[in-house]
Design a protein around this ligand. Structure first.
Ligand SMILES: Cc1cc2nc3c(=O)[nH]c(=O)nc-3n(C[C@H](O)[C@H](O)[C@H](O)COP(=O)(O)OP(=O)(O)OC[C@H]3O[C@@H](n4cnc5c(N)ncnc54)[C@H](O)[C@@H]3O)c2cc1C
Length: 345
């Protein structure tokens, strides 16, 4: 009997799977491998700073140190490269914003992440007040991470391609059964689809649609990501991701003209170069009501667990909270109260 069955192969499911493997625990992962899910659409960027207040984002110092260890190890395991350590330039809107950034870079809880020497000019970027450099940012190519991971699991006979209906899983005290196979436990990593999961009726998700564009921008430096009213991330071959939008009403997975217009309008605020639109994608983020991840045990079934609520920060959250969940299940260590599913009961 394998130890786990994981439902869902986005960043939550794939990362749980790698972490289980590193603890010598066995699993099967089931995913319907859609062309787009939240993970495959995501820009994959990580940034420890909340720009609005120039404070550290939730648990960022701890999350960053695990992230920097975890993803390169998986790159080695998968024999590929998907981690890009790319500094981000915050384009200042005012003189006051520039001063505040420099002051915070000199002394504050986030000074380790901010460079106190502003950058005045990058060709093609409109930045009359200059730009502040954030240190330690970067992104992962989420499509490469997921596709190579699923391929490895498939070659190890631990990947099942398909969509599970909840009624197909049988539960007993000592095991769960799917497709004639027994597993000790199940972990649901279904992204926003979890809103229908009968084993987690208390789950409070606030799914958020997001859209981004891929542009080709000849002449723009690929050494930096840029942030102002939109984010611009270099992905190679003079191509850049432009993101993202936030929509709590439209829950279709289709890309919309309105979002495209908004992104291009925001971009025109700081980009002074011509571009060509290469692609436009949409996905639905599994955000939680309190913007914290959700991990823990079902209130209905003792051997069913969840990892969800990764919201806008899947890349930072997945390595740390998947490890926390596994240690909780296997060794009985406590979950942080802020992220425990129990807070929803
Ligand atoms: C436009 C956009 C930009 C983003 N940018 C960033 C960013 O820069 N940085 C960042 O950290 N995050 C970003 N995110 C957010 C990030 O993508 C999410 O936090 C993360 O992808 C959530 O991953 P997940 O595994 O929980 O869900 P998903 O990626 O949605 O994966 C869930 C998977 O489970 C499958 N599934 C569900 N139910 C079943 C079932 N019954 N049977 C089989 N399979 C099932 C689904 O088909 C899917 O493949 C962005 C998101 C969007 C939409």
């Amino acid at each position: 009997m394998k130890n786990y069955i994981i439902i869902g192969g986005g960043i939550a499911g794939a990362t749980i799977a790698h972490q289980l493997d590193s603890h010598n625990l066995t699993f099967d992962l089931v995913d319907n491998n859609p062309k787009y899910n939240s993970t495959k659409v995501a820009a994959g960027f990580w940034n420890p700073i909340v720009f609005k207040r120039l404070t550290m984002s939730f648990n960022a110092d701890v999350l960053m140190s695990l992230l920097k260890d975890y993803y390169p190890k998986v790159e080695q395991k998968l024999d590929t490269k998907f981690v890009h350590n790319t500094p981000q330039l915050k384009i200042f809107s005012t003189k006051e914003e520039r001063h505040r950034f420099i002051n915070k870079a000199i002394v504050s809880e986030v000074s380790q992440f901010l460079d106190d020497e502003p950058i005045e000019e990058v060709e093609g970027i409109k930045a009359p007040f200059g730009m502040g450099k954030v240190i330690g940012t970067g992104f992962i190519d989420t499509v490469e991470y997921i596709e190579k991971s699923l391929k490895l699991f498939e070659s190890n006979s631990s990947y099942i391609n398909g969509r599970i209906d909840y009624s197909e899983i049988e539960y007993a005290n000592e095991f769960v059964k799917f497709n004639g196979e027994k597993y000790e436990k199940v972990i649901f990593c279904e992204g926003y689809h979890a809103i229908n999961n009968p084993l987690f009726p208390e789950l409070r998700l606030k799914p958020t649609k997001g859209e981004l564009l891929i542009l080709e921008i000849p002449g723009l430096s690929q050494d930096y990501a840029f942030a102002k009213s939109a984010g611009l991330i270099p992905i190679g071959n003079q191509q850049f991701l432009v993101g993202s939008t936030y929509d709590w009403e439209d829950m279709t997975e289709d890309a919309t003209e309105a979002a495209k217009k908004k992104l291009l309008y925001n971009l025109s605020d700081f980009l002074g170069l011509d571009y060509t639109i290469i692609d436009h994608q949409a996905g639905i983020r599994p955000s939680s009501y309190d913007r914290r991840p959700i991990i823990g045990k079902s209130s209905k079934q003792g051997n069913a667990y969840i990892m969800n609520g990764l919201g806008t920060k899947g890349v930072m959250y997945a390595p740390y909270y998947s490890e926390m969940l596994i240690k909780h299940i296997e060794n009985g260590t406590n979950l942080e109260e802020d992220v425990d599913y129990l807070r929803m009961l």
